[in-house]
Each structure stands twice: as structure tokens, then as C-alpha cells.
Design a protein around this ligand. Sequence first.
Ligand code: SD4
Length: 325
Amino acid sequence: MPQKRRTFLKTTSLGLSALATGTAYHCQGKNTAITNITHPIIISTWDHGMAANKVGLHILKNKGSALDAVEKGVIVVENDPAVQTVGLGGFPDREGIVTLDACIMKGDGQCGSVAFLQDIKNPIAVARKVMEETPHIMIVGSGAKQFALEMGFKEENLLTEASRKKYEEWLKTGIYKPKINIENHDTISTLALDAQGHLAGACTTSGAAWKMHGRVGDSPLIAAGLFVDDEVGAAAATGLGEAVIRTAGSAMVVEAMRHGQSPKEACQSVCLRIKAKHKEVQDLQVGFIALRKDGAYGAYSLQPGFTYALGQHETHELYQATSMF
Ligand code: SD4
């Protein structure tokens, strides 16, 4: 994996897309959704973000919504059995059971989430149904599965042969020591800004491999794994969920942008806060991506190796985020 990430990498810390030329940015403003967006933009975590962005940008360029772009984008990754950290083929927990977490959010505050979902390969689509079809925001476990089945989702075995083999290898030692970035993490989070000036985000994962049965990370938690506000911008996290939850990571990134920090600065300041809260940071990886309502974007991580994909205009590129260490 790390080797693959090195291909097509660009190094950047902050980008300002040309999409919002001439538009003033008012960090404290109300109802300030920008309306003169000419080029939508989409940003996703990790290498597999490239595949998500391709589908998402196509939707955005055809005047589709940011919500459709992020949902349909991350579904590509959920459906890919070769990605062993998301959806079908995700690594199981320590009982050998694949459990999935996801959430989705729009810039107007509408959101939906599922956690500890089993046997349904597209948790993000179920999360969207929770948002659109129920009075609730979050449904978990057997309740989430029951809801998904009622909504017409198909029940299927998510544990692929390849992931089962890895699990059996892990069972030989059975030691849970998350080494993020290397093998057992890599959530997909995607943020998009559409031609109407609206933002949306999606975050979906099989969570930390070999986790305790029932463990839920940051990814389905609004404010931790994902936060979106049309007045300011959007942010999403990847990495060790426990560290992200402790700091309400993504909401804090958005709030830092609200108070005037650039997207990259905002990601960096929350990483600093995470570092300050943890004694052992050697193996601790957390990364954030952020997209401001005017199309400025940024990313930052604790450890090196965090890549993010960017789609805008006719191009799709993979960047290496700046890291603290
Ligand atoms: C979790 N945050 O469950 C997820 C894992 C992850 O990149 O993001 N990996 O803790």
C-alpha cells in the first residue's frame, strides 16, 4: 500500500481552487452559500479517493448535488472488495465479523448515520436513508440492519476470502496494536462543493481491523468523523477514531475555519490538539481533509503517508498531505 501511494503523488499543503474567483469569504456570515461557483470540487481521503472522486466529479459537472456526488463516490469504494478497510471485503473485528460505520451530512445540517452494521455492503446509502426517511440521525446494530432490509437493501456476506485469510493470520498472535496508515485503517471520507454552492460529506469504513466486537469509531459520528456547514466549510477525518472522538475533530476543523483559519491551518490546529491529548503519538495517525465554502481546500496529518485525492475541472490528482512528524 505505501508503495502504491507514492505513484502520481504531488506535494501540496493548501489549494485555492479557481472556482470562486471574485467571491468574498465572510467567516462569520449567515446564509452565505456562494452562488457563483463555476467549477465544483471534490476531495477524498487516501488513494482510493481517486475512484470516488471520478464518479463524484462527473455528477457535479452535470449539475448534480454535492450529496449525490459524495454518496455515489464512496459507494464505488464500498463495493470494491480489494479495499479491505471499507464496505465489502473490509477486515473483520476480533470475532471475525465485518461491522461497518458510516455517516453523511449536508451543509444545511441534515445528516444520517449507521454504526455496527452487518451484512449490508453500502452503509453510506443506509445512512442517507436514515437522514431522508426517518426522524432520527443515527441507527445502530441490528436496528440498522433491520431498517436497511426494510429499505430494500440486500443482505450479503461481507467477509471475503482475502480478508478471512488475513484475519486467520492475525489470530495466530491475536495482538491488537493499531498501526495506522500501514494495514488496518483507511476510511474513505469525501467532501464536495456543488455548482449551487452547497457542501456535503460522506464517511464510511469497516473501522479498525480486529477491533473489539461492538466497537464504534469516529467515522459514523457527526462532529467527529465528519462535519459540514454551508456557512463555513466541511471537514472529515481518518485515522484512529478514538483520538478523533476525543477532540470532536471534524467539527473543530470547521470551527477553526469559521474563525478565520485556512483549511490547512484548521486541520493542523486540530492535529496539534490531538497530539497534546496523547502521550504516545509514535504510532498514532490522524489525518483531516477540509474544504471551505469558497473552494479552498487543505489537509494535514500527524504521521507522514496520508494521501488525499482532489478532483476539479478536468483533472484528478493525488496529493501527499503535510504531516506533523
Ligand atoms: C476508525 N477512523 O474506525 C476509523 C478508521 C480510519 O483510516 O479512519 N482509518 O477508527
